[in-house]
Design a protein around this ligand. Structure first.
Ligand code: MTE
Length: 335
C-alpha cells in the first residue's frame, strides 16, 4: 500500500487495500520509498521525487511514450516526464465552487466535508445497480499512480500524480445495459458543509457526464488519491473523476452517484452557460472559448515575471489515446 494519511490526519479506513502497482519503473521506486517511509512520512521532498524522475528519464526519452507495467499498452503515453506541480500548489489553487469561487476558498473551507462513511450509488441502465461503499470501490481493482497533465478551461495547467484505477474497471463490474450511451456523475450536495451552495452560480448538485466510450477509455481515472496520499477534501475526497484530455471541469469531485443513461446528461456548466461550456469540452487549442483564446496556457509554478506561456496541446497531449473517439466529428460544433 502506498496511500497514506493525508496532511489533515484523515485516511481511508482501508488504505491497505491500495496497492503499489505502478505505471513505470521510476514511479514504482518512488512508491516503494513512500511505502517504507524512507522518502519522508509527511510526504517526500521534491528533491527525491525529481531524482527519481530523472532516473526514470534515463530509460525513457522525454515526452516519449512510457512503457507500462502489466501489459496495459493502451495506456502508453498516459504518463508524462514533465515536472510535477508542487503539492502545495495543487492543494491550494482549486476550483470546487461548493466551497467558494476563489481559488483559495476550497483549501480553507473543505475540511467541513465529511468523507467517511461514503457511498456511491450506481443506478440507471445497468444490471447491477446498488450502493457501493468506498471500501468496495477501493477493493474493486488495484490502484496505480498516473502522472497526468491537467488543463483548466480558464487557461492554467498542472501536472499531477493521481492514484486510482480506470473507471472502466468499475463499469465492467456493474454491467451496463446495451441501451446505456452516457454516464452521469452526480457529486455531493451537503449544504451544511458546503456553504456556497446557496449561491445561484450553478444549479447544485454539480453534475458531469461522459459518453460511454469516453468513460470506458482507460485514461479515465476513478481517483482516490494524489501524491501518494488520499485526496485532500479540496481536491475531491474521497473519490473523484480525472479525465485528462478534457478541461478540468469535466473531472467531478466528491462523487456520490454514477448513473447510466441513454440521454446526454445535462451537466452543471452546460446548464449554466451552454454556449461557453459544451458537453465534450475536449482540450483544443483550435477552438477558443467565446471570451478568450485556448491556444496557450500558464503552467502553475512557472509564473515568474518572464515565464513564457506554454502552447496548449490537442486533447491536452493525449491525442494518440483518445483522438479516435472523435473521428469525423466537427469539434467546433461539438466543443
Ligand atoms: N467538482 C465539483 N463537485 N465542484 C466543482 O466546482 N470544479 C471543476 C472540477 N470538479 C468542480 C468540480 C473544475 S472547474 C476544475 S478546473 C477541477 O475540478 C479542478 O480540480 P483541481 O482542484 O483538482 O485542480
Amino acid at each position: 500500500m502506498f496511500i497514506k494519511t493525508n496532511r489533515n490526519g484523515f485516511s481511508h479506513g482501508v488504505s491497505s487495500e491500495i496497492t503499489d502497482r505502478c505505471v513505470y519503473e521510476g514511479r514504482r521506486d518512488l512508491i516503494k520509498l513512500l511505502a517504507t517511509g524512507v522518502a519522508g512520512a509527511a510526504m517526500t521532498s521534491w528533491a527525491s521525487r525529481e531524482a527519481l524522475a530523472q532516473t526514470a528519464g534515463q530509460t525513457l526519452k522525454p515526452g516519449k511514450l512510457a512503457p507500462l507495467a502489466g501489459g496495459k499498452s493502451n495506456l502508453a503515453g498516459a504518463v508524462t516526464m514533465e515536472k510535477v506541480t508542487d503539492y502545495k500548489d495543487a492543494s491550494s489553487y482549486n476550483n470546487f465552487y461548493e466551497f467558494g469561487t476563489d481559488k483559495s476558498d476550497p483549501a480553507k473551507n473543505a475540511h467541513a466535508l465529511k468523507t467517511s462513511p461514503w457511498t456511491v450509488e450506481i443506478e440507471g441502465l445497468v444490471k447491477k445497480p446498488g450502493k457501493y461503499g468506498l471500501e468496495d470501490l477501493l477493493k474493486l481493482s488495484a490502484q496505480e499512480e498516473r502522472i497526468y497533465r491537467m488543463r483548466c478551461v480558464e487557461g492554467w495547467s498542472m501536472v499531477i500524480p493521481w492514484v486510482g484505477y480506470s473507471l472502466s474497471e468499475l463499469i465492467k463490474k456493474v454491467e451496463p445495459l446495451g441501451s446505456a450511451k452516457y454516464v452521469e456523475f452526480v457529486t455531493q450536495l451537503d449544504p451544511k458543509a458546503m456553504r456556497f451552495v446557496d449561491s445561484p452560480v450553478l444549479d447544485w448538485p454539480y453534475v458531469e457526464g461522459l459518453r460511454m466510450d469516453e468513460a470506458m477509455n482507460p485514461l479515465t481515472l476513478l481517483t482516490f488519491g494524489m501524491y501518494g496520499e488520499v485526496l485532500p477534501n479540496q481536491s475531491g475526497a474521497p473519490v473523484r473523476l480525472v479525465v485528462p484530455w478534457k478541461y478540468g471541469f469535466k473531472s467531478g469531485k466528491s462523487i456520490v452517484k454514477i448513473r447510466f443513461t441513454d440521454k446526454q446528461p445535462l451537466t452543471a456548466w452546460n446548464k449554466a452557460a451552454g454556449n461557453e461550456y459544451g458537453f465534450f469540452s475536449n482540450v483544443n487549442p483550435n477552438v477558443d472559448h467565446p471570451r478568450w483564446s485556448q491556444a496557450t496556457e500558464r503552467r502553475i509554478g512557472e509564473d515568474g515575471l518572464f515565464a513564457k506561456k506554454r502552447k496548449t496541446l490537442m486533447f491536452n497531449g493525449y491525442e494518440a489515446q483518445v483522438g479516435q473517439l472523435y473521428a469525423g466529428m466537427d469539434l467546433k460544433k461539438f466543443f
